[in-house]
Design a protein around this ligand. Structure first.
Ligand code: HEC
Length: 160
């Protein structure tokens, strides 16, 4: 019973779980250092950052592209609101039924294009031949609503 302490310790095997944990941590530590050391892995905070910037830019571009499409197309409530705006602001020139009066008909072929971006532009910025700009008065949402109404009448007109 007078064995030295060191020898006593030798009788107790290190638990397996502890060894697994120990080597696991060492391996993870090495991996971690290698993975985030630019000289080993090429990793760099700048690359991560610029990748995030690219992703955000792509998202922003997608958002901007959407603005050339009417967010209210086919939305009945918006079309109803657009009908009201049309009656109040547009009918005097373009006619109650969009067939034109002082202003041109909004049915059929349009000089500045029959698609959302061109028509939005006509309403927002105005046109030189006497179309006043409505951007300040109506704002983007209401312009899209009145356009949703105009489009709905144009669609309806196409049907036999
Ligand atoms: C003061 C009269 C007037 C009012 C009010 C008016 N417009 Fe016009 N609009 C015109 C005239 C005139 C033109 C033709 C402009 C040109 O050819 O340069 C026009 C052109 C347009 C065009 C382009 C047509 C094409 O051939 O490309 C659209 C779309 C349009 N108007 C929509 C509207 C809407 C929607 C409203 C209501 C928010 C409205 N307008 C209010 C007079 C008016």
């Amino acid at each position: 019973m007078d064995e030295p302490i060191g020898k006593l310790e030798a009788h107790n095997k290190v638990p397996r779980g502890f060894l697994v944990l120990l080597f696991g941590l060492i391996a993870f530590g090495l991996y971690y250092i290698a993975a985030f050391t630019p000289e080993f892995s090429g990793w760099s905070q700048y690359k991560v950052f610029s990748r995030e910037m690219e992703a955000d830019k792509a998202k922003a571009a997608a958002g901007a592209a959407k603005m050339t499409e009417n967010p209210y197309e086919g939305d009945e409530k918006a079309v109803a609101e657009g009908r009201g705006i049309y009656a109040g602001k547009c009918a005097e020139c373009h006619g109650k039924d969009l067939k034109g009066e002082e202003g041109p008909s909004l049915l059929g072929h349009l000089k500045y294009g029959e698609h959302d971006p061109g028509m939005y532009e006509s309403i927002a910025k105005g046109r030189p031949g006497g179309m006043p700009p409505f951007e300040a008065e109506l704002g983007r949402d209401r312009i899209w609503m009145v356009l949703a109404y105009v489009d709905s009448v144009r669609e309806y007109g196409k049907q036999p």
